[in-house]
Design a protein around this ligand. Sequence first.
Ligand SMILES: *Cc1c(COP(=O)(O)O)cnc(C)c1O
Length: 377
Amino acid sequence: MEKRIMLSTPTMHGEEMEYVKEAFDKNWIAPLGFNCDNFEMEMDQYLNKGIDDGFKTLALCSGTAALHLATKLSGVKEGDIVLCSDMTFAATVNPVSYEGGKQVYIDSERDTWNMDPRALEKAFEKYPEAKVVVLAHLYGTPSKMDEILEICKKHNAILIEDAAEALSAKYQGRECGTFGQYNAISFNGNKIITTSGGGMLITNIGGAREQAFKLATQAREKAPWYQHEHIGYNYRMSNVVAGIGRGQLLHLDEHRALKEKIYNRYKEGFKELPVTLNPYLENSVPNFWLTCITINEGINKNPMDLMNKLNELNIETRPIWKPMHMQPVFKDCDFIYVEDKPVNEDIFARGLCLPSDIKMTEDEQDYVINAIKEFFI
Ligand SMILES: *Cc1c(COP(=O)(O)O)cnc(C)c1O
């Protein structure tokens, strides 16, 4: 293939440019402004569909900024234990360190590759003082929310939901990003919709959005001069970038449907192969952001060899996110698991993320499928 087949790249439609142009025409280039306000309003409507829990969004410069504010608002302080998803991207858990907290990593279950409720319960037994849980929905697959929420409630813990990869995914009909007290989504370039860079904090805790807004705009107090009583940040989304987001949001459900089609075509294509796709629960609808495989146990093939072979054929793949407890930077953090051996180490050793770009044609996807078939002959 001459054209490289990519994992996940931005897909623009045209409306994005119209909103951006409007910002230019009105010279509303500064942070904040009508695109930002409208993007938040439109996203509020999207997330609150079918529920009346009053979730409100705050548009920020990144998903990481949203997670940082979520961590601050949850009250994480120097030395606090925070129970965190282990198989995720580092941005989920870095803000815990920004605030001086200490991550304890929780292994995944095999049904969704997300935080194992049994391991979470075990962690609370070891760390009854823990007051905050940070949960990510990996690759757009909803976690076992019923169990997780029950455990958080039982231990009176705040839940931060990292839905950066899971926008438009649903668990029992409810949107991911509306389960925790403080939740984050991302519009980074590779996500299901993108603003080039950006994110949102989502909360329905009274006064929390206002507090986050203040922190995100340098913590200015109400005074004619610049008056500060707290340390603030410059975390808001620009009005230009928000225009891209408004245009993208019009196509979010369409993107999700295309991602699902890619997943199902892989599933069909790999019927005869010793591989398993990233699984999901029947009561959930993933957004299928990335389709991944694991090579079945007992098959003497290495996913890194498959990655290298596909790379030679101009096909981009990526290893499964390396678990946090295996990262040198977190070597001092505790890791809790309940099976004989850590599930995440096993998924990492046998797994690979496949091209899931919605601009990939059926012919291109067949080319990927055939290349993977050849690898197993
Ligand atoms: C992308 C991502 C983030 C970070 O979002 P940014 O907007 O890039 O800061 C956080 N968590 C997960 C799981 C992600 O995939």
